[in-house]
Design a protein around this ligand. Structure first.
Ligand code: IMP
Length: 433
């Protein structure tokens, strides 16, 4: 493996963390290229559950270097909390093991306050953001007034932060939201600078040199393809590039890296989404509750960051085909197949219908999704538990048939099928007989 890019194929929460965890053991670097603490990865190792929002889950492997790329927006408070949590469970956190791009943008309390105030102002048209200040931080980046991690090291950082808070306060006042007191925030951020200064570096240079010298880099995307700022269900998207190409701009990788790259799409065996926006295959009622789970288990369908119940539905093959095209998936991993045990039949959306016309592909990408009616294929389910399966042939024939249908629909081979939350609960399809 040289460059491997792991991307969510749906609206996030596909279970990327555990696929990254699988590969991270052999990777020299695991690098996050987009988003911030809106993401949440749950990784279960030996019964121990790790919840991470910023630091790539690869940090759990002692030989792997974790990287936070320039495409990210970083809340230093969350970051320091994670560093402490990981230390407390015996994981080494030092500049030897963690690198932070000087070009990544800082999230401040003003960004979080603005996120909530804008959502309130949108009223019934709110986007259902995670409230982590992601949109306002990327807005400042695009408006060229953002604060970057590298700025923490500048002698005039306090003055710049004060200017940022002044500007934000004017907008907050305009929106009728409480304004922020700069004093405490200034001293808080100066203390973060002291801790983080040794971790801030030129990530792009290091990763390019590493790839040139034959080392392996695992690029980890947050959220999913359908939340991409351009290629997702705009405006119900996040503010970064979640797709595979985001790994190049979000880590500063040269195009030479592409020649050896492998892009793996992570596809949940059914569809979920948190927050507002179109969802053609959404279902309700008892079946939805069953797919969602009660919330008692960490793998149930409740947001890792916000705890919100996720909307659930049947797998959407039209959107999956779109994701495979936009990202150029070389292979896919199908996750949470075990959750479908005992469901009869299993429905799979294979095309859309609009005005009695069958559409195999989207005429305008995921624009105007609400116009389409899904056309389903009903596949037989299975009753046998699958959590013990490790080889392709261990899976019941109906489960194999479902997975094969997914592969055919998007034209991409399936490399893994996950059948439970533990690291080893994975069917490796290369072992097909
Ligand atoms: P934001 O990223 O907080 O601005 O939220 C924008 C949209 O993306 C909302 O619908 C969120 O629910 C969704 N979103 C953001 N991060 C994640 C994630 O990690 N998983 C799933 N949905 C997410």
């Amino acid at each position: 493996m040289a460059l491997q890019i792991i991307v969510g194929a749906q609206w996030g929460d596909e279970g990327k963390g555990r696929i990254v965890d699988w590969f991270a053991a052999q990777a020299d670097y695991v690098a996050r290229y987009n988003g911030g603490d809106n993401a949440g990865h749950t990784v279960t190792v030996g019964g121990q559950i790790y919840k991470l929002h910023l630091i790539p889950s690869g940090i759990i492997h002692p030989e792997t270097i974790a990287v936070l790329g320039n495409g990210m927006v970083i809340n230093p408070k969350t970051l320091l909390g994670e560093m402490e949590m990981l230390r407390s469970v015996g994981i080494e956190i030092s500049p030897k093991r963690l690198r932070i791009s000087a070009f990544a943008h800082l999230i401040t309390p003003a960004h979080r306050a603005l996120d909530s105030a804008f959502e309130r102002a949108r009223g019934s048209a709110s986007l259902g953001t995670t409230g982590r200040g992601i949109g306002p931080a990327y807005t400042d980046r695009a408006a060229r007034r953002g604060l970057r991690l590298g700025d923490l090291l500048a002698p005039d950082f306090s003055a710049r932060l004060e200017r940022h808070l002044d500007e934000a306060n004017r907008t907050l006042a305009f929106l009728g939201a409480p304004t922020l007191e700069p004093g405490a925030i200034l001293s808080e951020y100066l203390s973060y600078a002291q801790v983080l200064k040794d971790y801030i570096t030129d990530v792009s240079l290091e990763l390019n040199l590493a790839l040139q010298s034959g080392k392996s880099v695992l690029a980890e995307g947050a959220q999913g393809t359908l939340l991409d700022i351009d290629f997702g269900t705009y405006p119900y998207v996040t503010s970064s590039h979640t797709i595979a190409a985001g790994a190049l701009t979000g880590l500063g990788l040269g195009l030479h890296a592409v020649a050896s790259a492998c892009t793996l799409g992570v596809v949940k065996a059914f569809q979920t989404r948190v927050g507002a926006g179109p969802f053609p295959t959404e279902i309700g009622g008892e079946l939805a509750e069953r797919l969602r789970g009660s919330g008692a288990n960490p793998w149930d369908e409740y947001g890792t960051t916000t705890g919100r119940p996720r909307r659930v539905g049947w797998l959407d093959g039209v959107l999956l085909r779109y994701a495979a095209c936009i990202n150029g998936f070389h292979e896919i991993a199908v996750t949470k197949l075990d959750i479908l045990t005992g469901i009869h039949p299993i429905r799979l959306c294979v095309a859309y219908e609009e005005d009695n016309r069958r559409l195999e592909n989207l005429p305008l990408g995921p624009l105007n999704l609400e116009r389409y009616r899904p056309i389903y294929e009903d596949l037989p389910g299975w009753d046998e538990p699958v959590s013990h399966c490790r080889r392709w042939t261990d899976l019941p024939p109906a489960a194999r048939n479902y997975v094969e249908r997914i592969a055919t629909l998007c034209g991409v081979p399936v490399r893994f099928v996950s059948v439970g939350a533990e690291r080893e609960q994975m069917v490796i399809c290369e072992a097909r007989e």
